[in-house]
Design a protein around this ligand. Structure first.
Ligand code: UD1
Ligand code: CA
Length: 520
């Protein structure tokens, strides 16, 4: 059954995260394109709770600012100096209660506020460092809690090595009686392999009562949230547990080895999800897809590909191998091969790569092409237009059905200001051109090979400024005698003479060859 949305979700994120050995707070380390706490917030959001509160203390300013950026509606609760998860939840609950009063007053019920001044119903408590716990698992926990009318329901898991975790103690009938922390456990209790995942649903009133009775009388001198279970039971409440179907899903991140393991597990889950949705992923092990990426059916992702951020790939497109896209939109049926791109848009049926660098602001039109060893930035390249080889196109607009010859550079920066180049439709820019912005090339214009375009070219014109070719016959044999080049030239001449070619015929042949090389 679909559970009733909980009154609140509380995410604990006040811990120091010492084992990360990092200047960055633990919950701000990222996997699958989101911070650990953003994963917790996303899972929480799926429950559609009345309120979300994040408890912070260590690196308070950085964590609070980050949480507010990811989830502007989330409340921030500051943990007081008392250590322990029980203390953290106390602080979170008083923030929830305070905002409940504020909401009641704002709703015009000032004199009713004392009645309604506390959160009622289900309160989910989870951690900022368990990124594999998703909305579905939290939802199952809430459903079990409500179905069984429990005071507390704890998420547990059976693990091969329970070292460090709190152990779930059950009575002869199998009912959960309490949780004992590893440091406080007897040898017998340490043999228990069912662990506390640190994720719970509480009835708000039962939680509030039990929190008031917590003590620091334990091995760590902390207020343990885990003691709430035994206290709630003593007070007559029901305590239940949900065993997670996959123990690995509840594993927390404490160090960077676990961060990488969680990242790989989450990636595998995302990749599997897309394959089931109709995406072909040839090599899941070398394909990395962030949580916010969107793929349509019949996309093919080839090995060694990373899709980051808000990247979107439309139906039938092929991406990879060896391609990294961040916030890139790939159109239907496009082909993107060995590309590094960010904040770019690739039109339907377009072709990009291999070995192409798409920088922010690149927009390639339908059936356009950006080919090998081309870098683009702030460049709009229209439908059916091509930049096939070895070029830089920066701060430019190219119309439709135009071609930029091999080795062309759009010179957009004079050392002080950046300027734009505008190229019309059906333009043919010769090979090895330099376009010095600001410059405009009109529709249907041509430019010659090797041209330096400093001034506008009107529609339909040919612009060229090539120097004429000079041929100095016999120069190598006279000026570089005895070199391999001179010997090769001599051999060629001897062969021609043997075939009876006149020197005039040789000249004609050389001139014809030079002509051919003008175009790419
Ligand atoms: C806690 C549980 C343990 C469980 C384990 C699961 C307690 C007493 N123990 O252990 O039974 O098996 O989680 O991982 O709850 N935090 C605060 N303020 C604090 C202390 C912690 O906000 O003063 C936060 C941490 O940032 C973290 C979460 O609470 O997100 C859990 O704290 P952590 O110290 O990692 O858990 P353990 O004490 O190892
Ligand atoms: Ca601890």
């Amino acid at each position: 059954m679909t559970p009733t949305p909980p009154a609140a979700v509380m995410i604990l994120a006040a811990g120091a995260g010492t084992r990360m050995r990092s200047a960055t707070p633990k919950v701000m380390h990222r996997i699958a394109g989101r911070s650990l706490v953003a994963h917790a917030l996303a899972a929480a959001a799926e429950l559609e709770p009345g309120r979300t509160v994040v408890v912070v203390r260590h690196e308070r300013e950085a964590v609070a600012a980050h949480v507010t950026e990811v989830a502007p509606h989330a409340l921030i609760a500051d943990q007081d100096p008392v250590p322990g998860t029980g203390s953290a939840v106390r602080c979170g609950l008083s923030t929830l209660d305070a905002t409940t009063v504020a909401a009641a007053v704002a709703a015009g019920g000032a004199d009713m506020a004392h009645l309604d001044s506390q959160v009622q119903g289900s309160v989910v408590v989870t951690s900022g460092d368990v990124p594999l716990v998703d909305g579905a698992l939290l939802g199952a926990l809430v459903a079990a809690h409500q179905d069984q009318a429990n005071a507390v329901t704890v998420l547990t898991a059976e693990v091969p090595d329970a070292t460090g975790y709190g152990r779930i103690v059950r009575d002869g009938a199998g009912a959960v009686t309490r949780i004992v922390e590893h440091k406080d456990a007897s040898a017998e209790e340490r043999a228990i392999r069912e662990i506390n995942a640190g994720i719970y649903v509480f009835d708000a009133a039962a939680l509030r009562d039990a929190l008031a009775h917590l003590t620091t009388d334990n091995a760590q001198g902390e207020l343990y949230l885990t003691d709430v279970l035994a206290l709630a039971r003593e007070a007559g409440g029901r305590v239940g547990a949900l065993v997670a179907p996959e123990a690995s899903a509840v594993e927390g991140v404490n160090d960077r080895v676990q961060l990488a393991a969680a990242g790989a597990a989450l990636n595998r889950r995302i990749v599997d999800g897309w394959m089931r949705a109709g995406v072909t992923i040839v090599d899941p092990a070398t394909t990395w897809i962030d949580a916010d990426v969107e793929l349509e059916a019949d996309v093919t992702v080839l090995p060694g590909t990373q899709l980051h951020g808000a990247t979107f790939v439309a139906a039938g497109a092929t991406v990879g191998p060896d391609t990294t896209l961040t916030d890139v939109e790939v159109g239907e049926g496009a082909t993107v091969t060995r590309v590094h791109g960010s904040l770019a848009k690739i039109g339907p049926g377009a072709t990009v790569g291999p070995f192409t660098y798409l920088r922010p602001g690149t927009i390639l039109g339908k059936k356009g092409k950006i080919g090998a060893f081309v870098e683009t930035k702030n460049a709009e390249i229209g439908a059916h237009s091509k930049v096939p080889h070895l070029s830089y196109v920066g701060d430019a607009t190219v119309g439709e059905h135009s071609n930029v010859g091999a080795g062309s550079i759009f010179v957009n920066y004079d050392g002080v200001t950046k300027s734009r180049s505008e190229v019309g439709d059906h333009v043919r820019i010769g090979s090895d051109n330099t376009l010095i912005a600001p410059v405009q090339i009109g529709d249907g214009a041509y430019t010659g090979a090797g041209a330096i375009i400093r001034h506008d070219v009107p529609a339909g014109a040919l612009a060229l400024n090539a120097v004429s070719q000079q041929v100095v016959e016999g120069w190598v044999e006279r000026r570089r005698p005895g070199t391999p080049s001179a010997e090769a030239a001599r051999a060629a001449q001897d062969a021609d003479t043997a075939r009876g070619l006149s020197s005039g015929a040789q000249e004609e042949r050389a001139a014809a060859a030079a002509d051919h090389k003008g175009e790419a």
